[in-house]
Ligand binder design. Structure first.
Ligand code: UDP
Ligand code: MG
Length: 323
């Protein structure tokens, strides 16, 4: 029997929520009434999540548990799930129930109506800290201004994808993945479905500040080349200021008879120019490092084992195949 619907749940230390998430996802899938699979990707958990998953897989024939070789990060865990998914439609969502599985019928309806991507857009986001909400809102609006592709505001990875979108993603071999941006790049018809985002069911966020910054950098670098031209613009501007200052110095030497005093202004100029140059080097480095990592051509993640479903014989490592 071919699978119609795949649900992908990436988990990193979610022992406190996984049973409840499984229960709620199972309920909505049963209500859809089509053959389905629940793919849980264990992203290097150290808290007993994997043992729980193995137990769940024994009881639920719909559950496929994929164990990555270590913590590869949320975006790669999703990628591993996408590579394993067999469904005609694939739902990706967080495992902590901040993304309510009960939105599935609405998302399905959008695909029935001809969309290829139905992305869940937050109407409210009361479950997250105010400071995080503020920075995310500012960041994504800034990203929208510089990105080469449309940025879907107020939405995360919670979305339902058609088979051709999943196949297309499998042909995008980049190592530093920002899936939302990659999906947006694909085009086709992408429509929002609105929901209210609550708080985590249990446990703490598995996205510490460090991982958020990494994701933000990946988002910018993978969506835009504009930071590179930033150097040109700033260089041009400081050049103009330099020429103006030179004119001023020459003028006062020739006509006033003295060179302008200004140890402080000199030092400010030196420090400012030095930090600007380092900033530009840093921006270059972000792009350069990614080029280096990509050229090594390593698999982007490794799978340790797959339990449940008919997946026992699935390949043990995977990289999105080149087109
Ligand atoms: N996650 C993951 N690998 C990681 C970090 C997080 O698979 O390295 C999963 C996590 O278990 C959850 C989802 O990604 O299912 C979103 O993480 P979380 O809810 O902690 O992020 P937040 O909602 O706080 O931004
Ligand atoms: Mg969360």
């Amino acid at each position: 029997m071919s699978i119609y619907l795949s649900i992908i749940l990436p988990v990193h230390n979610e022992a406190e929520v996984i049973a409840e998430t499984h229960r709620r996802v199972q309920a909505v899938c049963e209500a859809v009434g089509q053959p389905y699979e629940i793919l849980v990707v264990n992203d290097g958990s150290t808290d007993g999540t994997w043992d729980l998953l193995r137990g769940l897989a024994q009881r639920d024939p719909h559950l496929v548990a994929v164990d990555l070789s270590r913590n590869h990060g949320h975006q790669l865990a999703l990628t591993a799930g996408l590579a394993q998914a067999r469904g005609e439609r694939v739902l990706i969502m967080d495992a902590d129930l901040q993304d309510p599985p009960e939105l599935l019928p609405d998302l399905m309806r959008a695909l029935d109506d001809g969309a290829d991507v139905a992305y869940a857009q937050r109407r409210t986001r009361l479950g997250d800290a105010p400071l995080k909400r503020f920075f995310c809102a500012v960041f994504y609006r800034g990203l929208a201004r510089i990105a080469d592709v449309p940025v879907q505001l107020d939405s995360g990875d919670f979305r339902l994808l058609s088979r051709r979108v999943v196949d297309a993603l499998g042909r995008m071999p980049e190592r530093h993945r920002f899936l939302r941006g990659m999906i947006s790049w694909l085009g086709y018809r992408q429509v929002p479905v609105f929901y209210d985002r609550g708080a985590r069911h249990a446990g703490e966020s598995k996205y510490p500040f460090r991982k958020l910054v990494k994701l933000a950098l990946d988002a910018v670098v993978s969506s835009s080349l504009r930071p590179l031209s930033f150097a040109l613009v700033v260089g041009g501007l400081t050049g103009l200021i330099g020429v103006a200052l030179l004119g001023y110095a020459l003028f006062s030497w020739l006509f006033v008879g003295q060179t302008p005093a200004g140890w402080t202004s000199l030092l400010i100029a030196i420090v400012l120019m030095g930090s600007l140059q380092l900033l530009m080097l840093g921006i270059l480095g972000e792009y350069l490092g990614r080029i280096y990592i990509q050229t090594r051509g390593r698999p982007i993640y490794l799978v340790n084992q797959v339990v449940g479903g008919e997946h026992a014989a699935a390949p043990l490592d995977s990289r999105p195949s080149a087109p």
